[in-house]
Structure formats: C-alpha cells, structure tokens
Write a protein that binds this ligand. Sequence first.
Ligand code: SF4
Ligand code: SF4
Length: 297
Amino acid sequence: MVFNIQKYSIHDGPGIRTTVFLKGCPLCCQWCHNPESQSAKPEVMFVQSRCVVCGECRRVCAFARALPGEGPLPPRVEGCNLCGECGEACPTGARQILGQRMTVNEVLEQIAADSLFYDESAGGVTISGGEPLSQLAFLRGLLQACRSRGIRTAVDTCGFACTDALLDVARRTDLILFDLKLMDDARHRAFTGVSNEPILANLKALDLIHKNYWIRVPLIPGINDDTANLEATARFVASLYGVVQVCVLPYHAIGANKFRRLGLSAPLDGLKPPSAEQVRAAEEVFKSFGLRVGVGG
Ligand code: SF4
Ligand code: SF4
C-alpha cells in the first residue's frame, strides 16, 4: 500500500534518491509530517486551494445525496467506500485518493528508471512511510529486488517493530535511518501513542549487527527541544557504536495542513517551526557528546 513515490529526493539519505512512502504506522506522532501515512488504508485528501467548486465530486458520489449543501464534498463523507470516483471526476486534483496497492515489480520499474542518478550521486532508494516494517513481506521483496539490480537502499524506521524483523531488514539494506523522538517514556506515550522502550531496545540490538545507520531527531518546539531531552538522547546515542551521524529535523507546519486536508484536526495547530538559534542549540548539544551532526537528511 503505497501513497507516494517521490523522485529526486535529497532529504532521505545520501545523494539523489527515490523515496517510496508506504502507508500504515504503529505511531501517531502529533507533529507527523505525513499524517496520510498513519492509516494503513487508502484515504481521501481534499486540497481546498486547488478546488474550482465545479461540484463534479458531489455529482458522482453515491453517498452525497444525504449531504446538505453544494460545491465540493467534505474530505470525510459518511458511508464512503473509497470507490475513488470523486478523485477520478475531479478536474484539478483537488480531491485525491491516497494509497494504492502496488507490486514489487511495479515499484521497481519506477525506481529503476532513475538508476543513472543514483550511480552519479552515490544515491539510491529510501523506503519510508508510515512505517515500512509494517509491510514486511513487501519491504523484503523490494530490498531484494533493488539489491539484485545493484541499487543501494535505505530504510527509514520509527523502530517500533518486532526485533527479528528489524534485524532481518537491516541485513538486507545498506543504510538504516532510525528515528528517536523522546527519551521520557511517559511523554513518548503522550505524544506518539506508544512506549519508547521497544524502540530503544531495538536500537541497541541494531547497533550490535549494523555499522551504518543514522539517527534522525525531529526537533519539535516545546515538546522535545528541552536541554534535558536532547542531552538524554545524545547520551544514549553516544553509547552506541554504529551511528554514522545524527540528523536534526526541524519541525515545519506542512503536517498540520495535511491533517486538515484529511478532514482531521491538527494536534499541533499553530505551532511554529524552531528558530535558527534553537536548531543551532540542538546541534551543539549533540556535538558536545562527540557526535557528528547535521540538519536535515
Ligand atoms: S471515494 Fe467514492 S464513496 Fe468516497 S467520497 Fe469519493 S465518490 Fe464518494
Ligand atoms: S471535483 Fe474537484 S474541483 Fe470540483 S468541486 Fe470537487 S474537489 Fe473541487
């Protein structure tokens, strides 16, 4: 279940990459940059700024008769069976169905078209989400198919997964991008919906077998950018062996807009991105523990 294949990506690992986004995640982070990835099922997204109010979506929807008013359908229509007709009828792409079942070969075909760019830039393919490990058979198949074509791979994971599955996937990929969000378990539960204990245990297990992974820390003002959390994160990371670098990922508000486009309320509505100073301060904390650190990536 794929919701996007993004070409020429330069933010999900080294070089020029194609990032394959899979749907479904065991976490529900309040700052999620891709809230359309959280549900494992297809979803309707409505982008108001692209809507020309032609009413075509309403005309074709079997469930629209029960709805009052005119103009575009709301993102969430009671009874919606995700037939996709509204998306097909929409002339501007304002209404889209996100999430499509694809085979490994269908994805590989799109990936392989850009092999030249990967070769020239030491790039490759990143499989992200959502949580790629939640579609384990597909993930393994895609990693194997890329390897057989000589395409380097990275897997971006939240780390909340069965340990055996994570280690198996780690052996099949060239680079792991491992997200760390909050070190305090109660706060982690409050802001992501799950405990961080299995995540930290998985990171320690990964560290024993893999010597090429990056730690990615989203920087969310007022939630995880306090010195205590950053120092606890840096201390933990500095105790590992295989970390190549820490990537600080400053929060930005695109995720809040996407929540609204899905017809959901954005949990962090109105939150501003961190200032350049706040980002620099976070970098300094990681550097002070002897870690190589960058912003983005
Ligand atoms: S996906 Fe089908 S049922 Fe759902 S809103 Fe669109 S047309 Fe209606
Ligand atoms: S079909 Fe598309 S452009 Fe027309 S009203 Fe619906 S969402 Fe807007």
